[in-house]
Each structure stands twice: as C-alpha cells, then as structure tokens.
Design a binder for this molecule. Sequence first.
Ligand code: PHE
Length: 363
Amino acid sequence: MLEKIKKFFENLETDSLEKQSNFLKNLLNQAKEEGKADIAKGNTVDDLKTVQTKYFGKKGLVPDLMRYMGKVSNKDKPLLGKIIHEFKTDLENHLNQIIADIEKAENNAKLEAEKIDITLPGTNTKIGHKHPLTIVEDQIKEIFTNIGYTVVEGYEIEEDYYNFERLNIPKDHPAREMQDTFYLNEDVVLRTHTSPVQARIMDKLCPTLPVKVIAPGKVFRRDDDATHSPMFHQIEGLIVDKNITFADLKGTLLHLVQSVFGEEREIRLRPSFFPFTEPSAEVDVSCGNCNQEGCRVCGYTGWLEILGSGMVHPKVLEMAGYDPKEVSGFAFGLGIERIAMLKYGIDDMRLLFDNDLRFLEQF
Ligand code: PHE
C-alpha cells in the first residue's frame, strides 16, 4: 500500500491535490481496511501494540504520510492535513477501542479466576498446643511476676565455682560425685540445679536491694528412670532484702501452691538440709487425689513432696558481698516436670519428652 501512496505523491503535480483528493482518499481507505485487518488478526494487547507501531510509530505509515506535507503547495497543505488526520483518527479510534475491549476481557477473566466461593467450608488448620512443661513454666512465671519478681536466666554450661563453691557445697559433697554430675572438664559442669543463678544474680546486683528473681531453665543429672531424666527443668526463686523472714518464705510458697493447684490445697514444711540454705525445708502439698485420705499417688501419706527451700545461708550472702547481719533472704527450687506430673496426673516423666502427639494434644 505504501508503494502506491508513494507513487501517487511522486506523480502528483503542484496544485493538483484538490482534483485528485478522491483518489488519495480511496487509497487511504484501502490502507485503513488493511489496518483493520491487521488489528483483527491480533489476539492480545501486545499484538495490537505491534500494529500500533506499524501505523503510528516513528517509522510508521502516518509519520510517512506527514512527510509529504512538504511536497504539496501551501494552498493544498490544509486539505492534505485534513485527509491524513481523518485517516489517522479513524484507524486510531478503532485500534484503541479494540485494545480497550481486550483489556476489559482480560480483566474480567482475571476477576473470574480470582473468584472465591465464600460459602465453602474453611480449611481446618491445626494449630499447635503448648507443651505441658511450657504451660506450667508460663503459669509459675506469671504468678511471680504478678508479685514483683523478675525473670532471669543463667547458664546451662556452668562453672564448678558457681554450681557448687558459691553455694557452700563442700568438695566432698555427694552431689559433686562423677556419678551425679556431668563434668565437661575439671572446672566446668552441666549445671545440676538452677541455684547457681542465685550467686550470679547477687554478684550482678550487689549492693542493690531487693534481689527478687525467679530463674527457670534446664538442669542435668546422671539419672534416668520413670521419675528421673538426665535433663529436666527447674525454677529457682530468690529474694534478698532487709527483714525477710521464714514467714515470708512460707506465705510465698503457700501462694505459689494454691495458685498452681487450687485454693483448697495446703502445704507442709519439713526440716531438711541444703548447704546453701539455713534453715532448710522440704515443702509438701496436700494430695489432691485422695483429699489426704491416703492413696497410691501420695504413697498413703496424704502429702506430695514438691520443692526444696530455705533461708539463704549467711555464707552465700557474704560471698556475694551482702552483709548477713543487715540483709536476709529465702530461696526455693522446684522441678517443673514434677509439678506438671502432679497437676495433670502424669505417672511417667518420659511421656513429657517423647513428644507423642496423642499425649501432647490432651493439654
Ligand atoms: N537446688 C536444690 C535442688 O536442686 C533446690 C533448692 C533451691 C533448695 C533453693 C533450696 C533453695 O534440689
């Protein structure tokens, strides 16, 4: 088509456009039909952009036509302009319309594809359960933070110095035996209890008062049977301040036990011994299984042992830099597994570590 148009302009004599304008219009009408046929062949917006370039791009037909404006006389320029303009707008409008139609159809198809049936039943995503040990740990942390304690952490790999020495545990104490403690080397152990955190936190805070912390974490002992595991969890409690008495210890532990097991439960303190507390007490909770009638769970005693405690030993305070004549404190340590087993009636500690979903889903 371009060839014919070229020829037309080459042969065009000056001032004769008016006479021959119908011929040119005719040529351009044919070009328009060709253009529409090109457009009709396109399926996508991209196809049509190619057509657009062919006719309206820098090297397209319309700019080519515009170049002939220079060839015609001033008198004929408006006429040629009008003819080209008409050709251009007709074809352009047609093309834009088709592009708009395709875009609309593509958009509709996209919306259709994105359509969801909101009446369909939802997919049931299984959400996890908190492990019973986590439930108990969280609960005890909350009980103590509610009465002004701060949660702190120590180290699972601990120096012999903090695990024993600073807790007034003598060199020949049975807990230090290789059979009971995992030694990493002469001076480093896997901590056998959370009590070393007592010494570490006092070192950090001294001479500030009060020290009022609980320290949950893993502890390790060379034990393995239905009620002992080589790794288990403890929570240490420590308060150091002026005028802390044994009555404070008893009241705090009663509050702890009743918050965990229920208001109807009672505690009993039995004299005991720990090198780092003096006096020391083993704490029992009244058996909830038999209401203290005596049953298999409590070994027919009506009581269940749950934790060790006592007044912080003056030597332990002194080693941390506190003056035992000025300040006093109490400490306690409980086994989270033991509490969880009593609270939920679990009779084998290993269930807590097997991670069998049939077990875990019950909490
Ligand atoms: N650390 C002791 C244990 O593991 C428990 C305890 C902690 C006793 C604090 C008294 C004071 O058995």
